[in-house]
Ligand binder design. Structure first.
Ligand SMILES: Cc1cc2nc3c(=O)[nH]c(=O)nc-3n(C[C@H](O)[C@H](O)[C@H](O)COP(=O)(O)OP(=O)(O)OC[C@H]3O[C@@H](n4cnc5c(N)ncnc54)[C@H](O)[C@@H]3O)c2cc1C
Length: 306
């Protein structure tokens, strides 16, 4: 009850502080996750400018509400009952790419596929790996997203963000603490606004060919025809999660609408009508069986919004 009252106060305060900022109440999170599951978020704000984002953060802090920063929801599971909190999703000027001092700079809401195409358009190499990852740049920095030998850590020079108190901060790459699917932003302490890259000039035809080749490899190996959040589990040291799950005979294991993909055992897919409860129950079964048969404890890579 207390939380609901706080959120109502926040909504009213945001309406008067930022009359142009879009606010949504009871927004279905299934529309904001690539798994296509998740109940409503009590309150969602969609700032279009840095000024709006800063006001949203400061106002939330004054009312002691902790916002959740949403990217493209491609590494996220939201419970069926929804999220009784405040979600911030950046748009507008944070969804633009530009060149500053001959360096590519992009807003955190830009999708990685678009970012990779922007680099290609300027003949810049190094972001080919990112083209097939269905996240936003903010989520990719947070997760240090990577594939096929590339990862964000290799191409970033600086990240500009807002602290939860609304202070602007630029974090150079050597202070981003990038490691496997982790960064200094993983603790949710800062809202990423934009990212600056250092990319070498390359041959546009070679860049395009690499993007197309990686897309073919993904299509052949991953169940892209179904909603999912990509790899469900982190790579356990010395192993591959998909190989362990396959070895334990769990491909095709199903709970309700959720299934361990037949095509790639590391993916849990929504075969239609899956609930978050189906997915979590399937994840528990997989973890239990892999632990029983191999002694390896699988850790979830996908985050749960609670
Ligand atoms: C089919 C498929 C294939 C995939 N393949 C890969 C792959 O090859 N490699 C890989 O690494 N991942 C892969 N993923 C997972 C996912 O795409 C990445 O983790 C991606 O980086 C998540 O970005 P997002 O914007 O969707 O983040 P979200 O899922 O929205 O959020 C993830 C985390 O980032 C935080 N976050 C998001 N935006 C911001 C921001 N602006 N400021 C601060 N924090 C923020 C969130 O709070 C959350 O903690 C795949 C997913 C799918 C569905």
């Amino acid at each position: 009850m207390e939380r609901q009252r706080q959120l109502e106060q926040l909504r009213d305060a945001l309406r008067s502080a930022c009359p142009d900022m879009e606010l949504r109440e009871g927004e279905p999170m299934a529309n904001h996750t690539t798994f296509r599951v998740g109940g409503p978020a009590a309150l969602m704000a969609l700032p279009r400018t840095v000024g709006e984002a800063r006001t949203a953060l400061k106002t939330a802090r004054e009312l002691e509400v902790d916002p959740f920063f949403l990217g493209n929801g491609s590494n996220l599971l939201v419970p069926d009952e929804g999220y009784k909190g405040f979600v911030l999703k950046l748009t507008g000027e944070m969804n633009q790419t530009r060149e500053v001092n001959r360096r590519l700079e992009a807003g955190s809401a830009v999708l990685l596929s678009r970012l990779a195409r922007a680099a290609l358009g300027r003949g810049l190499a190094g972001l080919e790996f990112a083209h097939g990852i269905p996240g936003s740049l903010g989520g990719a920095i947070t997760m240090n997203a990577g594939a096929y030998g590339g990862e964000m850590a290799q191409v970033v020079t600086a990240v500009t963000c807002l602290t939860r108190a609304g202070e602007l901060e630029t974090v150079p790459a050597d202070r981003c603490a990038f490691s496997y699917r982790h960064s200094a932003f993983s603790d949710g302490s800062r809202l990423i606004l934009r990212v600056e890259f250092s990319l070498p000039l390359g041959d546009p035809e070679e860049i395009r060919a690499k993007i197309e080749d990686l897309a073919r490899q993904r299509k052949a190996k991953q169940p892209l025809e179904y909603p999912s959040a990509g790899s469900m589990f982190k790579r356990p040291p010395g192993h591959f999660a998909a190989a362990l799950i396959d070895q334990c005979g769990l491909k095709g294991l199903t709970v309700g609408g959720a299934q361990v993909s037949e095509k790639h055992a590391g993916f849990v897919i929504n075969r239609g009508g899956a609930t978050c409860a189906d997915i979590l129950s399937l994840v528990d079964k997989v973890r239990e069986e892999v632990l029983r048969q191999t002694g390896v404890e699988l850790e979830m890579e996908v985050r749960i919004l609670r």
